[in-house]
Ligand binder design. Structure first.
Ligand SMILES: Nc1ncnc2c1ncn2[C@@H]1O[C@H](COP(=O)(O)OP(=O)(O)OP(=O)(O)O)[C@@H](O)[C@H]1O
Ligand SMILES: [Mg+2]
Length: 408
């Protein structure tokens, strides 16, 4: 049975497609197609564009929409209204009775995948659906790569500001991007992430790495320390008298569990912990932080090459921090980039006032100096790691373009 679009309960599961058409003949053809392709009940509905909009306002948008423009006085404006209630990724195929090349052109220009003039044979419908491109994969929601949630921050040399970058990145993901974020400090003896946020390190991190069987959701909840509504810190200040008897794969297991509990996980990763490449392989992104010194160049190059070898699928982001601190002792950017055989992604200025204030107050830099250039750079980095939905996902789709135009 073909359901009317408006007289149903909200749809909980997202079907692969939603078809909303005004006439019985097209609906029956689609219904047959639904049977052949195993679309769930409710994927084919009777209704016009307004009915489709009302329905879509109550459900998560399917990746593909088939909508009927029949009876719509101003299809372009009404499609704009539909975009308000849909995900920007969604691909749209339109049907209608108006056989006008200008309308076809306008719709295509807006990002509609195809426009079919009714009556449409079921084979033509099937072919149009098959031609519609897949929406791009994102780091969110169902069917996503878990690795995309994990970002490791590594200093190419000691003291270049890796912890500063990790702490502020995690803070921005939690507070500016509204992601439930964990900040993990894998320097169990000398880690400073908790200190940077004026927190006491939690308890249980060492035990977890020595007895990974204990790592579960409850452990994570107990061992992490909360730094605001969405930021959780896992950090330790272990006694140097006691060596940690790290059980193989414990870190992997810990990070896997953390990825299940949080939307984003940022690891402050000591260089030594990179050896073996396991964490780097699990991470979707690695941020290498360095400086414009000769030794910094050598180590950035070595780390880059190592990462490219052991974790070729991991995205590398090269950050030069404290630019200006070394004055004339700094290499020019061009020479540095030549030396590391890659472009630097971000240069963060030396800004003693901001970071001293941040350290003294135990607050993230964006909290103490929202307008500083260094904070703007860190915000840029956060956007690279967690791009805004529109920027990452528009990909030329109808709603992506419409929403993008609106935001501009
Ligand atoms: N852009 C910057 N401008 C000024 N000071 C900075 C900047 N970035 C970091 N700092 C300061 O530099 C010092 C070292 O930073 P941080 O602890 O983040 O480095 P690190 O690479 O993690 O060091 P370690 O190798 O000891 O782990 C800190 O005092 C921090 O506040
Ligand atoms: Mg550090």
């Amino acid at each position: 049975m073909i359901m009317p679009a408006t007289k149903t309960a909200p749809v909980a599961d997202v079907p692969p497609l939603l078809a909303c058409v005004t006439d019985d003949v097209t609906a029956q053809g689609l219904h047959r197609l639904a049977g052949e392709r195993g679309w769930p009940d409710g994927a084919v509905r009777c209704g016009d564009l307004a009915d489709a909009a009302a329905l879509l306002a109550r459900m998560r948008t399917p990746p593909l929409l088939l909508i009927d423009l029949t009876g719509t006085a101003d299809p372009l404006a009404d499609l704009g209204a539909l975009a308000e209630v849909c995900d920007p990724d969604t691909r749209v195929i339109a049907l209608g009775t108006v056989n006008d090349v200008n309308l076809y052109r306008d719709l295509r220009e807006m990002g509609v995948e195809d426009y079919l003039v009714k009556p449409v044979a079921p084979e033509a419908l099937a072919a149009a659906l098959d031609r519609a491109p897949e929406p791009p994969r994102t780091a969110d929601g169902d069917g996503t790569e878990e690795t995309a949630r994990l970002t490791a921050v590594v200093g190419a040399r000691g003291g270049v500001g890796a912890t500063t970058v990790a702490v502020n990145l995690a803070w921005l993901l939690a507070n500016a991007h509204h992601r439930r974020t964990a900040l993990v400090d894998l320097d169990l003896y000398f880690g400073t992430t908790a200190l940077a946020l004026d927190l006491e390190p939690g308890r249980g991190f060492r035990e977890a790495l020595e007895t990974p069987g204990r790592i579960d959701g409850l452990f994570i909840e107990r061992a992490t320390v909360r730094a605001g509504e969405r930021l959780f810190v896992l950090d330790a200040e272990e006694d140097m008298d006691r060596a940690i008897r790290l059980v193989p794969d414990a870190v992997d297991l810990l990070l896997e569990k953390m990825c299940q509990s949080f939307e984003r996980v940022v690891i402050d990763l000591p260089r030594d912990a990179l050896a073996g490449g396991d964490v780097a392989k699990s991470a979707g992104d690695v941020i290498l932080v360095g400086d414009l010194s000769l030794a910094g160049m050598r180590d950035m190059l070595r780390l880059r090459e190592y990462l490219s070898k052991v974790a070729p699928d991991t995205r590398q982001h090269l950050v030069i921090n404290r630019v200006g601190l070394l004055g004339r002792g700094e290499m020019p950017r061009g020479a540095f980039e030549k030396g590391i055989e890659a472009r630097v992604d971000l240069m963060l200025p030396f800004d003693a006032a901001t970071f001293m204030d941040s350290a003294n107050k135990g607050k993230a830099a964006p909290e103490v100096a929202r307008k500083s250039k260094a904070v703007a750079g860190l915000a840029d980095l956060a956007r690279r790691i967690d791009p805004p939905a529109g920027a990452a996902r528009t990909g030329g789709s109808l709603f992506g373009r419409l929403l993008g135009r609106k935001a501009a």
